[in-house]
Write a protein that binds this ligand. Structure first.
Ligand code: UT7
Length: 319
């Protein structure tokens, strides 16, 4: 017993930050950002907290699925930026939506949504759950170095949620991790211990973009190839790919590597930038509501991020 996706729902902050506005903050320009990344604008939290966004996405997904919060058996929140170190963001969501079930967070950076799907699949396989809510949301704007043009232009805030029910629409799923804190790292903030002897690193996102780029293209290509093979289907059977929205050039290069028609890759990076673990479900939700996904479609999803982690899966869209 696996799962089927019953519904999706997104939440993004109201404030739209354009490339032109960023150009007034760091030495960059709209042309560089568009041609090197495909990003035109991103959403940034001003008034909204991560709790506002996660709860809004959760309620939207429940509504889309036609499920009450009281019917949920498990809540998983994939995030690096929960409101607190503890309690988990999933517990806060549980309280706010009025659910009564176990709830916990998972951190696999931008791959978090695929990791959460795999964890949920285990609960369905053990027949412990009938309905699971996954919320994937990050607001990296509060941990980005806004003076570093090589990173601050890439990220945005937002994400989405899905409600899973019993079914057999997960055809394959694969996760990878390669421990590496050199090419992509966000250290913790202040260490309150007067006894600690190590130097503190600045608590902002540090990234070697070129190294992540190479990892990303390989991870997307190898991940989709393996998930397609594990599902026992051909590459040509894929109707739609929902890729992590980190850089349009990464998506284009992966499409070329895989020999999948670029038109089949759903992209909304132009409007949101890289929303970390929110990225794949945010694209899935928009593809769902735009009518891009048809009942019976074979959909591949893939993500990569800090860790270094990656995740890919193939599902049958059955909504
Ligand atoms: O979720 C996973 C998170 N991370 C990623 O997915 C990131 C993956 N990496 C990338 O997307 C790309 O490597 C970047 C978009 C980060 C960078 O693109 P690139 O084509 O690899 O550019 P680069 O780092 O090689 O820089 C090229 C030039 C440099 O100038 P010089 O040395 O050639 O004179 C940079 O200083 O572009 C310059 N540059 C900029 N110029 C204007 C870097 N950032 C900017 C900027 N505006 N924002």
């Amino acid at each position: 017993m696996g799962f089927t996706i019953l519904g999706t729902g997104k939440a993004v902050p109201e404030y739209v930050m354009t490339n032109d506005e960023l150009s007034t903050m760091v030495e960059t320009n709209d042309e560089w950002i568009r041609t090197r990344t495909g990003i035109e604008e991103r959403r940034i939290c001003k008034k909204e907290t991560i709790t506002d966004l996660t709860v809004e996405a959760a309620n939207n997904a429940l509504q889309n699925a036609g499920i009450q919060a009281s019917q949920l058996d498990l809540i998983i929140c994939s995030t690096m930026r929960g409101e607190n170190i503890t309690p988990s963001q999933a517990c806060i969501i549980q309280r706010e939506i009025g659910a009564d079930c176990p709830a916990f967070d998972v951190n696999a950076a931008c791959s978090g949504f695929i990791y959460a799907l795999d964890i949920a699949d285990g609960y369905f396989a053990r027949k412990k759950v009938k309905h699971v809510l996954i919320v994937s949301m990050d607001n990296l704007s509060n941990i980005i170095d806004w003076t570093d043009r090589s990173t601050c232009v890439l990220f945005g805030d937002g994400g989405a949620a899905v409600v899973l029910g019993e079914g057999d629409d997960l055809l394959s799923i694969n996760l990878t991790s390669v421990g590496n804190d050199e090419v992509l790292l966000i250290p913790h903030g202040t260490n309150s211990s007067p006894f600690y002897e190590h130097e503190e690193k600045r608590a902002v996102l540090h990234m070697m973009g070129g190294e992540v780029y190479k990892f990303a293209v390989n991870a997307m290509s190898a991940g989709i190839r393996k998930s397609v093979s594990d599902a026992g289907i051909e590459m040509s059977d894929i109707d739609c790919v929902i890729p992590h929205q980190a850089n349009m050039r990464i998506i284009n290069a992966s499409a070329k590597n895989l020999g999948i028609d670029r038109e089949k890759f759903f992209c909304n990076i132009q409007h949101y930038g890289n929303t970390s673990s929110g990225s794949v479900p945010l694209a899935l939700d928009e593809a769902n509501h735009a009518g891009v996904l048809k009942k019976g479609d074979i959909v591949a999803m893939c993500a990569f991020g800090a860790g270094l982690t990656s995740g890919s899966c193939v599902i049958r869209w059955n909504k």
